[in-house]
Structures are given as C-alpha cells and as structure tokens.
Design a protein around this ligand. Structure first.
Ligand SMILES: [Zn+2]
Length: 303
C-alpha cells in the first residue's frame, strides 16, 4: 500500500511584492484501491480549514472537499487515475461555501480485477471566483469602499491602478497610500478577518523582501478579499475569524516586505483558481467625493 500526504503552504509567486491573501495550501494523496486502508482517510491534519476526504465505495472511491472555514474558499482539485474512470461532480476549480462538505469527484476501477491507482492534488485559496476585470468593472460596483485609514486623515497616493512600479498582473488594481510608520489602518469594507501576518521586522526595495510583508486579509460578503500590506511588526490589532466593521482600526502601518518607503498597500482580490488570484478596481467614497480611480500624486481624505 502506498499512502502519502504531502503538505506545503503556498506562498504564491504571482504577487510581485507581497505574500498572498488567505493562506493557500497544497496536498497530494496517492492511493491504490486494493490497498488495505481504512474506509475513510483524510488528506491532512485536523488543524486545516480545507481538506479532501476519501471514502471507499465498492471498488472505487468518492472524494469530498471539506471546507471547515467560516468563509468560502476556491479549490483546484486534480485527480489522476490508472485503470480508473474519473467522474467529476464539481469542476476542477470550484468555490466551496463556508462550512460545507461537497462530493467533488469519484474514481471507479475500469477493470476491477486489476489494481487501480489514483492520485489527487489540491490547492485552495480564500474567497470566491469572479469574472476578470478587463474592462475595469468592479465585481460589485454598487459597493462603496471607504479609504483604509481614519476618518478626517488625508494621504497621498504613491502608486495607483496599473502603477509601473509593482501594480501589474495580480496587483493591477491595487493602491498604495504613502503614510508614516505608526499610522492607524482602518477597515475599508466590513468583513471577516481570514488571514494575517505580523511577525516580520524587515523590508526594503529588494525583491527578496516580497514575502516579508505583514498583512491583514478581510473577506467580504461578496467573496472578494481585501489585503492591507506592509504593516508594522506586531502591528495587527485583530484576530483571524473576527468580524470587523468599516472604519474599525485594525492595524498599524509600517514598511515591511518589498517596499521602497513607508506606505499602505490596499487591494481587493478574488480567486482565479486554488493558486491564482486577481485584483479588482473598487469605488471609494471620500471627503472629496466619489473616487473611481485614485490618481497617483493626489491626496484623499477619509470620511
Ligand atoms: Zn502596492
């Protein structure tokens, strides 16, 4: 019998400057039907939000994706089989609702007298899938975001959408606000804290720092996830699982990670797969009025 579990927390390389929203995970399971395994095997330990459960069924196996988080996740589940027929009940990449268990695929032996080998791998990411923003359309353009700092405070946009320095690819629709270290970072849109990091003490203009950013990720009701980056060491004031309201102070700004100077990177993302995400433009309500695209060099005041 071969039964192996590999686990590897994915720090996605897709983000040029930062580590990634909502910690992803990867697991590989290798099994054979004729092996003497218990009827139910789980792909990973009980401490994970997402796992794949395999249930023996006749000469085959049924694969269930279990999402134990309080928020939706997007999972890419790949299944390979030799002498096996794979039936998919969910597409290879699909969004699984909070607190759910869903049968995603089945593998049945083509020839039950022969050994059937199969393998599955999965990766996951917090949030739902959304259409691309090629034309600049936000995922939900009725929603107004407040600026991610305290009401009455004004900060200059150091880099806007499509910024030449780092706002491309996954970060195309992110905004950088220049602010001194120690500035209060406040919620732009209500949601639930799904991930955070505050252990980094370093940062700089070298790409080697791109995974050293302290951050908070907040999942919204529409399945998008906001990321607040470059926070101060020990500068996160909320916990994973906590509900936060717009305007609430959640962190202290800093200059950790890949950064040329103290600033706050703010972006709203959705899942493209269990590995990749994309950003979306959002509309801000500010003291200066409605802002559809924050302009580099311009200063905006939070309401
Ligand atoms: Zn940025």
């Amino acid at each position: 019998m071969q039964f192996g579990v590999e686990r590897n927390v994915v720090n996605l390389p897709v983000h040029k400057s930062y580590s990634f929203a909502g910690r992803g995970a990867f697991a590989a399971v290798l099994m054979s039907f004729l092996a003497s395994v218990s009827a139910v095997e789980s792909s990973r330990g009980d401490d994970e939000f997402v796992r794949v459960r395999q249930v023996r069924s006749g000469s085959g196996v049924r694969l269930f994706v279990e999402n134990r988080a309080l928020w939706d996740v997007t999972v890419t589940l790949k299944v390979l089989a030799r002498n096996g027929r794979i039936s998919r009940l969910k597409p290879e990449t699909a969004t699984y609702p909070a607190r759910s268990e869903t049968e995603a695929a089945r593998v049945a032996a083509d020839d039950p007298s022969k050994r059937c080998k199969w393998r599955c791998r999965f990766e996951w990411m917090v949030g739902r899938m959304r259409g691309p923003s090629r034309n600049g359309a936000p995922p939900d353009d009725k929603v107004l975001y407040r600026l991610p700092f305290a009401a009455g405070r004004s900060y200059r946009v150091a880099q806007g959408y499509n910024g030449k320095r780092t706002h491309e690819g996954r970060d195309r629709y992110a905004v950088d606000f220049a602010m001194r270290k120690g500035t209060s970072v406040c919620v732009a849109r209500a949601g639930v804290v799904v991930d955070l990091e505050e252990s980094s003490k370093t940062g700089g203009s070298d790409k080697k720092f791109r995974r050293r950013s302290n951050y908070v990720c907040i999942a919204h009701d529409d399945g998008t996830v906001a990321e607040y980056h470059h926070l101060h060491y020990d500068g996160v004031l909320v916990e994973v699982g906590q509900r936060v309201e717009a305007g609430q102070r959640i962190a202290i700004s800093g200059n950790t990670g890949y950064s040329t100077g103290p600033h706050l990177h703010f972006g709203v993302y959705s899942a493209v797969s269990g590995r990749r995400s994309q950003s979306h433009p959002v509309t801000f309500t500010t003291a200066e009025g409605i802002v559809r695209e924050p302009v580099k060099g311009q200063t905006y005041t939070a309401k």
